[in-house]
Design a protein around this ligand. Structure first.
Ligand code: ZN
Ligand code: ZN
Length: 616
């Protein structure tokens, strides 16, 4: 039997550096246990140091229990009653899996259309042919509720792979997946790297979700990785979404992906009615953001005992803190970013670098006392307004920074779903696939917010977010309504959102991108140079821009150097170059040849992001 090691109750009689490293390593991982070799490597000590701590009782040596096998999943259990639409979709997916050949299907269905039930039938088909299945979800959507649905279909719990899993559990899953004992894995992005013995199906749920693209560290998109992995082992891929990414939409349009649409919903519910509230015509008191029209709509729902959601995609209390004496805005000392007031934490916070400081009493610029004022709404301020407007309602605020842990957040979400709340105040957290059966009204406080800025994907993201948030309303038997507060109701993105003309929106968006030669019709790379000396960073950018032979050889163009949209983060100046190339150009190799001769002096750094999601 294997021995494992964890923190004991006593302290060693004598502390050495090596011993301290062992205890700190264990403290860092909470109550996890490790093998002797793992612990020795992590703490950079010899095994005898750990054995010495065992003698002292500071580390416990225990027998590791044998890995518990996973219960067999039974694909022959009855599935839920499927509508005709869903039955056809399931049969198509199942036939694809049974073929044993690679292929990708875009499964598109509005919220509540039964996407999950449909792709679980594809999982059943994989199990029936003796192969394994992997279902990828954004971490926040990986709830008990979801696991129960899987268990209800197959009579056993699937393996769950997520960031909160213990070392022991991870090791167990890793081994069981390799032996083919874990038949179905539900997990976050990194589950793609598990050593599946015989993988037959990968489902990427909410395939458009930006959390599939890692923004720092190794840059890969889990969706693209899933397709690659499946192609190598003859597996099927199902990309499921209510609002697919433009890339997937285009791949389906040109026939690279099969496309299945789910239109009808369970029960009698229909898509929410969507309407704009023209803020130019509303009588607004200064410092308030809920219009009289929206307020009355919320009151109506409360009177009927239904839930309403007020949506704003901004954390904190107010995005700007302004001195009314001198007009100065309080910025971060390290970044070119404004400090955001978080009243709940009683601090100002920089959303770029995470730096916080107490809210000052006097203006740091002119010294005036008591003149600092919050400007604009954040979720905390909206909650304050809602409490004043609806004093008798039970109000819950859902924002990632108001919950200590993912677990606490999930508990909060489950309480809301059960009806423990009348009004939900939420950031984009609420847009991610949770079921709130009593929710019938969604009010979007600032539908224009995502339309500002120069992001290539601003329109795509705003459209997806608005559709997803609106989709929260009216799921069960009650019809829902979504109201969008906007100052520009004639904006194409707002109009497309309201009309529900998704095909029209994607066609226009795709055409615009094709004309501009940007992804997915062309390739782009963002090069970010950074360093503490602004001049040195710019010089480096100019050197790169001048020596662009490797790029010109493939017909690619370089733009820049220019200050990055956020020109300073954590005290480092940032300069950006953009490279644009044709779709079939060997961009990656050219970039490597271009950058290879470069010698980075001092603290200069360079990062490359291929087909970037954002240009910050
Ligand atoms: Zn001032
Ligand atoms: Zn900062």
């Amino acid at each position: 039997m294997r021995k494992i090691y964890r923190r004991g109750t006593s302290d060693p009689d004598r502390m050495t550096d090596a011993r301290r490293r062992v205890l700190e390593t264990l403290a860092e991982y909470g109550d996890l246990s490790f093998t002797l070799k793992e612990l020795a490597e992590m703490a950079s000590v010899t095994a005898s140091v750990i054995k010495g701590l065992v003698t002292q009782g500071a580390v416990l040596e225990q027998d590791s229990p044998r890995d518990q096998p996973f219960m067999r999943m039974d694909p022959s259990l009855p599935s839920k009653n499927l509508t005709d639409d869903q039955a056809v979709a399931s049969a198509l997916l199942a036939a694809g899996v049974a073929s044993g050949k690679y292929g990708t299907t875009l499964l598109r269905g509005v919220t509540g259309s039964g996407k999950t039930e449909v792709y679980l039938e594809a999982v059943a088909a994989a199990l029936k042919s003796g192969r394994q299945a992997l279902v990828l979800l954004p971490e926040i959507a990986l709830t008990e509720q979801f696991l129960h649905r899987v268990q209800a279909r197959f009579g056993a719990k699937p393996a769950e792979w997520h960031s909160g899993a213990t070392m022991t559990e991870r090791r167990r899953i890793w081994r069981m997946v390799g032996q083919g004992q874990a038949q179905v894995v539900i997990g976050a992005r990194s589950a793609l790297f598990l050593p599946f013995q015989n993988l037959g199906l990968i489902v990427v749920d909410e395939e458009h979700d930006t959390s599939y693209k890692q923004e720092d560290g190794v840059l890969y998109n889990a969706r693209d990785m899933a397709v690659l992995r499946a192609a190598m082992c003859g597996a099927r891929v199902v990309l499921a979404s209510a609002t697919p990414s433009l890339e997937s939409w285009v791949n389906a349009e040109v026939g690279k992906y099969q496309r299945i649409e789910l239109k009808s919903r369970f029960g009698a519910a229909v898509l929410p009615e969507m309407r704009a509230i023209d803020m130019r015509a509303e009588q607004m008191q200064p410092g308030t953001w809920v219009s009289p029209t929206l307020r009355d709509a919320v009151s109506d729902r409360l009177a009927k005992g239904e839930q309403a959601l007020l949506f704003i995609n901004r954390r904190g209390y107010a995005p700007v803190t302004l001195c009314r004496a001198c007009g100065q805005q309080i910025g971060c000392d390290n970044c070119d970013a404004r400090m955001v007031e978080h009243r709940f934490l009683k601090r100002l916070m920089c959303h770029q670098c995470g730096e916080t400081k107490p809210i000052p009493e006097t203006c740091p610029s002119c010294g005036a006392e008591g003149k600092l004022a919050p400007v604009g709404p954040g979720i905390e301020r909206l909650a304050e307004e809602a409490i004043a407007l609806f004093p008798d309602a039970r109000i819950a605020t859902l924002s990632s920074d108001l919950f200590g842990s993912a677990r606490a957040l999930k508990a909060g979400i489950e309480d809301i779903a059960k009806g423990g709340t009348d009004i939900i105040i939420g950031t984009q957290l609420v847009a991610k696939g949770h079921n709130f059966p009593l929710l019938t009204l969604v009010g979007v406080i600032d539908a224009d917010l995502g339309l500002q800025g120069s992001d290539l994907r601003a329109a795509e993201r705003t459209f997806q977010l608005m559709r997803q948030v609106a989709g929260r309303a009216g799921r069960a038997e009650k019809p829902g309504q979504a109201l969008l507060q906007t100052f520009q109701p004639e904006h194409p993105v707002i109009r497309a959102t309201l009309s529900g003309d998704e095909e029209g929106f994607w066609k226009a968006e795709a055409e615009g991108r094709r004309m501009a030669g940007v992804p997915p019709f062309g390739r782009m790379a963002g090069i970010i140079l950074s360093g503490s000396d602004a001049e040195a960073v710019f010089d480096l950018g100019n050197v790169l821009a001048r020596n662009d032979g490797a790029l010109r050889a493939i017909g690619a163009q370089v733009f820049g150097p220019a200050p990055a949209p956020i020109a300073r983060i954590r005290g480092r100046h940032r300069v950006r170059l953009l490279v644009k190339a044709a779709k079939d150009a060997p961009l990656q190799q050219a970039l490597t040849r271009w950058i290879a001769p470069l010698r980075l002096k001092g603290d200069l750094r360079l990062s490359v992001d291929i087909d970037p999601q954002s240009f910050y």
